[in-house]
Structure formats: C-alpha cells, structure tokens
Design a protein around this ligand. Structure first.
Ligand code: 5GP
Length: 191
C-alpha cells in the first residue's frame, strides 16, 4: 500500500474575489504537488475555457443523471439552472497521481468538502475588499451579461457571511500579499 496521504485545499469566495488567480498561482508552484479538481458544470464554456481543463461541461440532463447515480462528492445549483459539482472520481483520480487536490468552488461546496474530510482539508475563504470592488472586477472581466453580473453580486453578500466557518480567511486587497499568504498556508498545511 502507498503511504501517500492526499490533502485537500479548498478555496472559496464570491465570484470575482480573485480566488481563481490564487488557485492558478499555487498550481504553478511545483513544490506543492497540487492538481486542480475539475468540476462538472451545466453552463456553457466562457471565453477561452476548455472542456476537461477548466470544467467538464455537461448538459443539465447529464448532470441530473449523475446526481441520481450518486456520483458527486458535493454538488450545488450555484445559480438558477447552473449546476456545479465535484465528482467522487475526480478526487480519486488526483490521489492516484499521488498529488494533493486543490478546489476552486463555491462556499457551500467548500464547506461540504471540509465536513467530509475534516482532517485532510484546509478550507480557505478569499475575501474581496468590498461588494463594490467585486462589481468593478466582474465588469472588467466582461465575460458575462449585466443580468448575470447582478445575479453574482446579489449572491456575494450571502457568501461573505459564511467566511467565519472556514479554517482561515485571506484578504485579497493586494494580490501580491494574498499570493504570498496563500503559499504560506499551503506550505504549513503540507508539513
Ligand atoms: P463560474 O461560473 O464563475 O466558473 O463559477 C461559479 C461559481 O461556482 C464559483 O463560485 C465557482 O467557484 C463555483 N464552483 C465551481 N465548481 C464548483 C463545484 O464543483 N462545486 C461547487 N459547489 N461550486 C463550484
């Protein structure tokens, strides 16, 4: 039997908080031996997103059938008719590679993972400077319609209230500082 003990790093935050940038930065640090957990999503690909890299883009019908077959570790209807979820097979795939798993998922999903693997998981909440700043960042990204941006903003306040339930909070006010802090957290948790 292998003595590899896989860990899980959850990064959750309202959309536009910069968690994806933080997760990508950590993935680029080979010393951490991290692999990105590719979620299933029932939405269409945006911009340069690729199936099997950013998400497994599947139909709503397919998503629902996977729920029925109990294939998910966690899943969530993050926005109406937009389902996201982590397949059990995804974590197994990554541990079989002898790597640690890093998640970029919503707050509810993040806390569920923590509950399922309490000792192995470090759950990090990424806090944006303010809801107004989130709005500016989402508009700058300009990958979504005004309606969709408003939907994400409306959700942000509810999500911000869950921050105390996480193991730790990174304030993403200055990206360089946040990246350094994230590196230190991962480094410590791997010791
Ligand atoms: P986006 O559409 O911006 O890629 O993602 C919308 C939200 O869904 C983000 O907060 C993202 O982190 C979250 N999300 C992505 N994958 C998963 C997942 O597997 N499970 C859950 N619960 N949320 C996810």
């Amino acid at each position: 039997m292998s003595d590899f003990k896989g860990k899980l790093f959850v990064f959750s935050a309202p959309s536009g908080s910069g968690k994806t940038t933080i997760v990508r930065h950590l993935l680029s640090q080979e010393k951490f031996n991290l692999e990105f957990s590719i979620s299933c999503a029932s939405r269409d690909a945006r911009g340069t997103e690729k199936h099997g890299e950013d998400y497994y883009f599947i139909t709503l019908e397919d998503f629902k059938s996977k729920i029925k077959n109990d294939e998910f570790l966690e899943w969530e209807e993050v926005y109406r008719d937009n389902f996201y979820g982590t397949l059990k097979s995804e974590v197994e795939r990554i541990w079989a590679l002898k790597k640690h798993v890093i998640f970029d998922i919503d707050v509810v999903g993040g806390l569920r993972i923590k509950k399922k693997f309490p000792e192995q998981t470090l759950a990090v909440f990424v806090k944006p400077p303010s809801v107004d700043e989130l709005k500016i960042r989402l508009k700058k990204r300009s990958t979504e319609s005004e309606d969709k941006i408003n939907m994400r903003i409306a959700k942000a306040s509810v999500e911000l209230a869950t921050a105390p339930q996480f193991d730790t909070i990174i304030k993403n006010y200055d990206l360089d500082v946040a990246l350094k802090e994230a590196e230190e957290l991962v480094d410590d948790f791997l010791k």
